[in-house]
Design a protein around this ligand. Structure first.
Ligand code: ADP
Ligand code: MG
Length: 454
């Protein structure tokens, strides 16, 4: 790749990522050299390097390969000295792509790579996750199998994968002889399908049956995939019968995973089922503080104004992944422009994240959308008439109000023409049942929710 081609590539990126991202992240990059299939770019700071590598590494590689197909990897590094050509790899901070490099496990096994950063040391414990953490610790101590499986569930970005990797790390450190296998349910399926295709089912079976600890992440993925479920069920049973530990995660409780065979559900419920609750303010602040400590080691000159972390913990409530992303962006930006991280910089740099966290749906909006959707008058939605054509939409609206706002049942009742909180509760329950039994209602809710969230 020549400098001219890199110039062209930058223009392509500008079109896809937009001007402000381009200015912050792509413009500062300099192509330094291409050697043995690795295109190396000089970056002003390791933060920019980390960020660009995580966020744009794949895109840059993709474009670069369309120019020079022999490029296999892109690499971002801070020049060893500002005058010279960047060569010394060891002296510069390792870029994120490398920091995350998979620790290769026994190659003959079906395991997926583990992320070094996901250890118990880096997991911050708080009220919402203390049970899950304690259970994970117990399993990781490698004593006799007490609960099987351990089933961890919770919303996206709350630390399920982190805890599973942490268990795997600790177990393989304590008992290196153990065959610990971590993989996602999706990878399980792909391995299964390719074993079928290549007529290697015997290998597949014996491989999985020889595992000592099996961890399957995001098991909801196999819902509705019948033959994969079947195979999973057999693998599961064989291992449990053999006294081997199984650890499963999912985004919801076993009983709530639709299109999952009953016998699997009941098997999954046999052990210990623990959930990770949504984060609270203290946990978010704790996580931010521990990340900042880590950043300080990488970037000693960092100055962080008072109140910034508290502000973020208060305002970004979605999940830990979003919170972390916000912090990474903030630090990368600050290191780029060489500023102290002030409240103002924070608000500027994270405007979009803050805005999307800000969006609160009101009961009035819900009522308006629902009456529009069912083509009835707002006054009928809220009014006293109990005929089905009004009562059902009313229940839908109450349900959405309960799900999408932080209002209490009595409060919701008041906004629906002064109804009692038990009426609201009844309505919410009714819709909860119908959502499973009635496809139309499920679709209505889905659509309404998406419109309201938009
Ligand atoms: P999930 O698998 O539940 O979707 P992850 O385990 O991938 O979530 O977590 C998302 C991100 O948040 C990861 O980078 C993880 O390290 C981080 N994270 C989540 N919970 C915690 C925690 N309690 N302490 C520190 N980091 C956390
Ligand atoms: Mg996960």
């Amino acid at each position: 790749m020549t400098q001219d081609q890199w110039g062209q590539l930058k223009q392509d990126l500008l079109k896809t990522i937009g001007k402000s991202n381009y200015k912050s992240w792509i413009e500062p990059l300099e192509l330094s050299h291409v050697e043995e299939g690795v295109a190396t770019f000089a970056v002003p700071t390791s933060f920019v390097g980390n960020y660009v590598s995580q966020k744009y590494g794949d895109q840059i590689l993709y474009h670069a390969r369309s120019i020079s197909p022999d490029i296999r990897r892109v690499h971002f590094q801070v020049p060893a000295n500002s005058a010279g050509r960047p060569t010394a790899r060891a002296s510069s901070p390792r870029p994120a792509a490398d920091a995350k490099a998979p620790a290769q496990r026994d190659a003959s096994m079906p395991a997926a790579p583990l992320d070094k950063r996901f250890s118990f040391d880096t997991f911050v414990v708080g009220k919402p996750n203390e049970l899950a953490h304690a259970a994970a610790k117990r399993v990781a101590s490698g004593g006799p199998v007490t609960f099987n499986p351990l089933f961890l569930y919770g919303g996206v970005g709350l630390g399920k994968t982190h805890l599973m990797h942490a268990i795997a790390w600790e177990l393989s450190q304590r008992q290196p002889e153990l065959n610990v296998v971590y993989l996602s349910a999706e990878q399980f399926m792909y391995r299964f399908v390719s074993a079928l295709r290549e007529r290697k089912m015997m290998d597949f079976k014996s491989m999985f049956r020889s595992v000592d600890v099996l961890m399957v992440d995001d098991v909801q993925f196999i819902a509705g995939k019948d033959s994969t479920q079947e195979e999973f069920f057999h693998t599961f049973n064989a291992l449990v019968d053999g006294g081997k530990q199984i650890i499963i995660s999912a985004d919801r409780a076993p009983g709530e995973i639709e299109n999952l065979e009953e016998r699997i559900k009941s098997r999954l419920q046999c052990g210990l089922v623990v959930d990770l609750h949504p984060t609270n303010y203290e946990l978010r602040l704790g996580i931010l503080q521990s990340k900042v400590e880590y950043y300080r080691t990488q970037y000693p000159g960092l100055v962080l104004a008072d109140g910034v972390l508290e502000f973020l913990a208060m305002r970004i409530t979605k999940n830990v992944r979003v919170l972390e992303g916000a912090l990474t962006r903030l630090f990368a930006f600050a290191s780029l422009v060489g500023h102290e991280i002030t409240m103002e910089l924070t608000q500027d740099c994270l405007a979009d994240v803050l805005r999307s966290s800000e969006r609160q749906v009101t009961i009035e909006e819900i009522q308006r959308q629902v009456s529009d959707h069912y083509n009835i008058r707002l006054s009928d939605l809220i009014g006293p008439k109990r005929v089905r054509i009004f009562a059902r939409p009313r229940q839908v609206a109450m349900y959405l109000a309960k799900q999408m706002t932080s209002r209490s049942l009595p409060e919701i009742g008041r906004r629906f023409g002064g109804r009692d909180h038990t009426t609201v509760m009844h309505g919410v329950r009714r819709i909860d049942e119908l959502r499973v039994a009635d496809v139309q209602i499920a679709e209505d809710i889905d659509l309404l929710r998406r419109t309201l969230e938009a």
